[in-house]
Design a protein around this ligand. Sequence first.
Ligand code: NAP
Length: 249
Amino acid sequence: MGTGVVVVTGGSRGIGAAVCRLAAADGYDVVVNYTADRAAAERVVAGIAESGGRAVAAGADVSDEAAVERLFELAGERGPLAGVVSNAGITGNTPGRLDEQRVEVVRRVLDVNVTGVFLCARAAVRRMSTRYGGRGGSIVHVSSVAARRGGPGEWVHYAASKAAVEAMTVGLAQEVGGEGIRVNAVSPGLVDTDLHVSAGLPDRLRRLAPLTPMGRAGRPEEIAEGIVWLLGPAASYVTGSVLTISGGR
Ligand code: NAP
């Protein structure tokens, strides 16, 4: 059972939306972050409210420092911050070999996936760490199996951004381990969300799902289970870990 406020970045769709629903069912007050699709975020909030939970939608581009500060101020107005799930992530919309990528796309992917995770982690530590007078808390980053597979032919730059997220997870966990904060990551495999179509690969799920050891893609809810476990007190001695949820991929 969770208590306090949890910020979920990219909570309006896919894995993030499943995390919002599960975290709210577990008792957290959830800040459902989005950047473009307000209606989708409001639908997640309405679903949580119908089930008796507490949530609010909050727009912020995670790569924008001032917007992230406002996001965490809003969270703080609702109650003590218990955690953050840094789930917002993009692949860029130009899948292909590294030598075919445009630098603008690579810079944007790094800005959202790496700088965004950094900004949210920093904002959360400044509010939750006992060093700053906080009560402790939990940070969960969403990585990808691409961090070890490398994303060849599709998105090597995205894979590199996720490897950076895992390094930040391990390093930050050691910095704040004695300050009441646990920092972990979940590394999903192939998951049935909009991401593949948004990335410009509409048949990716159909093509790759049969090639996974379990013969299917994961559901967002199956990834959310691991994220919400890491977020909460049941994982009280887990920090600096990367939990793979990938059906064996
Ligand atoms: P998705 O369905 O494409 O949803 C992405 C979410 O992120 C949306 O809520 C979107 O909000 C939000 N978002 C995008 N850019 C943002 C920004 N700059 N600031 C704030 N929010 C932003 O993605 P998903 O498949 O659920 O993926 C979630 C995470 O899991 C990502 O980090 C992804 O890399 C990782 N992952 C996914 C898979 C997979 O197979 N799906 C596998 C491994 C890892 P708007 O709609 O408002 O833009």
